[in-house]
Design a protein around this ligand. Structure first.
Ligand SMILES: NC(=O)c1ccc[n+]([C@@H]2O[C@H](COP(=O)([O-])OP(=O)(O)OC[C@H]3O[C@@H](n4cnc5c(N)ncnc54)[C@H](O)[C@@H]3O)[C@@H](O)[C@H]2O)c1
Length: 296
């Protein structure tokens, strides 16, 4: 007897799946029983006033976390308020803002201590604050080299240090994602940003070194440290690149295997994964998410 399904069988099966998927009660049921990974957990996201940081913060709230966006802007972008209000409908008051410059260790320590003290815990950090500058190496002003390194490397260092102190104080083994870049691994064709690229390579090495130091920091339990290395993302930072040098858009789109630039949402899952306690053996690692830019 033939085991091949008749076309009628196939039609019946697909229509019953379609019926089940279109049933709002079954969708609500899925949501209700979906496991939220971060209920009761507290996170800090630097550079969270806009762009990638804000979108990553949103991803953590959607998993049940309380998330504090730290940024040097007086007021976050209007997108922050829109996301905060949308998220509040489902997750309550879970997205917060604190103004602080990640270069200023003492302010940063105070803000992080205040947040951890309020909840008696701190579970995670996403260090996304960063700047970019396009200048040819022969013309790079010395003070701008220091400024870039102080934010992109020093700011990540100080953020990790401030958070680790609180994780140790409150004995909450946690995890960190330091935002590097594929530009820490390769030189971007046609884009003169030698200091930015070097600062991102430094972040990658910092991740490995902190992972080693803090692998058993909390009574033998870890603060896990991993690095996210994104490819080109459509954020205000990149929109500025396109305003200054319009040819870059097409160059970057054609430079990866997917033929497009990514959206910030495409990094949420990677960060949730690295911060999740289920990734308990992942530390000192670097996750490259670049549409294949560096793979051919
Ligand atoms: N956009 C991309 O294509 C891309 C690619 C790879 C990596 N990245 C990295 O992702 C991170 C976020 O970049 P983005 O594209 O969202 O940029 P963005 O400019 O849109 O956002 C960066 C945020 O960091 C904040 N910030 C800068 N300096 C700060 C400081 N000293 N203290 C506190 N906050 C400060 C800014 O105010 C801003 O809100 C950066 O580390 C960037 O290097 C971006």
């Amino acid at each position: 007897m033939s085991t091949r399904k008749s076309s009628t069988d196939t039609d019946n099966t697909s229509s019953s799946i379609a019926q089940r998927l279109s049933d709002p009660d079954s969708i609500n049921l899925c949501h209700r029983f979906r496991e939220l990974k971060f209920i009761g957990r507290v996170f800090i996201v630097t550079g969270g006033a806009r762009g990638l940081g804000l979108t990553l913060a949103e991803g953590l709230v959607e998993e049940g976390g309380q998330v504090y966006c730290l940024d040097r802007l007086e007021e976050p972008d209007k997108a922050f308020y829109e996301k905060r209000d949308q998220l509040a409908q489902k997750f309550g008051d879970s997205l917060h803002y604190r103004k602080v410059d990640v270069q200023h260790a003492s302010d940063l320590n105070d803000v992080v201590a205040e947040i951890a003290g309020k909840h008696s815990r701190l579970d995670g950090l996403v260090a996304a604050a960063g700047v970019q500058r396009v200048t040819k190496a022969l013309d790079y002003p010395p003070e701008k080299i220091t400024e870039m390194m102080n934010i992109n490397f020093g700011g990540v260092y100080l953020s990790a240090q401030a958070c680790a102190r609180q994780m140790i104080k409150y004995k909450t083994p946690g995890a960190m994602v330091l935002v590097g870049s594929m530009s820490g691994k390769v030189a971007n064709r046609g884009l003169y940003c030698s200091v930015y690229n070097a600062s991102k390579a430094a972040v990658e090495q910092l991740g490995r070194s902190l992972a080693m130091e803090w692998g058993q920091a909390i009574d033998g339990k870890p603060i896990r440290v991993n690095v996210l290395c994104p490819g080109n993302i459509n954020t205000p930072m990149v929109q500025k690149n396109f305003e200054d040098e319009p040819h870059l858009k097409e160059l970057w789109e054609s430079s990866n295997m997917l033929g497009r630039i990514s959206d910030p949402e495409e990094f949420q899952e990677a960060v949730v994964c690295m911060l999740s306690p289920k990734s308990s053996f992942m530390t000192g690692s670097c996750m490259l998410v670049d549409g294949g830019f560096t793979a051919w």
